[in-house]
Design a protein around this ligand. Sequence first.
Ligand SMILES: Cc1ncc(COP(=O)(O)O)c(C=O)c1O
Length: 252
Amino acid sequence: MVPISVEKDGLSIKELTHAPVDAVYITPSHQYPLGMVMPIANRIQLLDWAKKHARWIIEDDYDGEFRYRGKPIPSLQGVDEHNRVIYIGTFSKSLMPAIRISYMVLPPELLGTYRQLEWRQSASRLHQQTLALFMRSGQWEQHIRKMRTLYKKKQALLLNEIQSVMGDHCAVSGQDAGLHIVLHVKSKVPAAVLIKKAKSVGVLVYGVSAVRNKKEHQASILLGYGGLSTEEIKKASNACIKPGCMIINEFN
Ligand SMILES: Cc1ncc(COP(=O)(O)O)c(C=O)c1O
């Protein structure tokens, strides 16, 4: 496995072209964990790379259903004319994680190999059939539209709470899509300390420890809001972001 850096727009395609790899795994709809959406020009470059060198792109359409700003961007699989993309997705966030249903769209060339695999999927057939009916009836689309509006509202509330209290003491990224944002606190205190302090006031947040943060005096913290009610977002923000809170004290 070869790690590839991410830049402002997501995966570094320049670095990828020099990497000795047969396939690349990406989450272009919402890079995990930093949250950038890969622009169409980069998607085309990536497809060109895959075509030219006969490589595979594994496109995990993570958070693809929940895009809030900017023009819709087609999936790589949607614009791929050379069958180089393995498209995967899950219903964990768009519906519920407990049903454990995900999907994969394979290029025709790989179908034969897939069918030879001793592969037994374990998702309930009843759930799969019910989901299919839900989709055919048009209610799936309705559900996604409703949830997109709701998540957008929750995100706006969270961003507003952050902006009103922290102002220039922080920056936010990853807000164009998905169910989390990344809060970059201008602080000399490491993210792990801030996370621990948030936990001590009952707020569970995560770091982006898998990512090497090149910026000094900046602690990056992942804030998920999808599963919280607006009341809970306000409560968490009162406990953890508003004056008197521990995070805010650190950059004073
Ligand atoms: C990058 C990425 N892809 C996909 C998923 C969904 O995985 P699962 O369907 O197993 O919950 C996650 C979960 O958060 C994820 O972080």
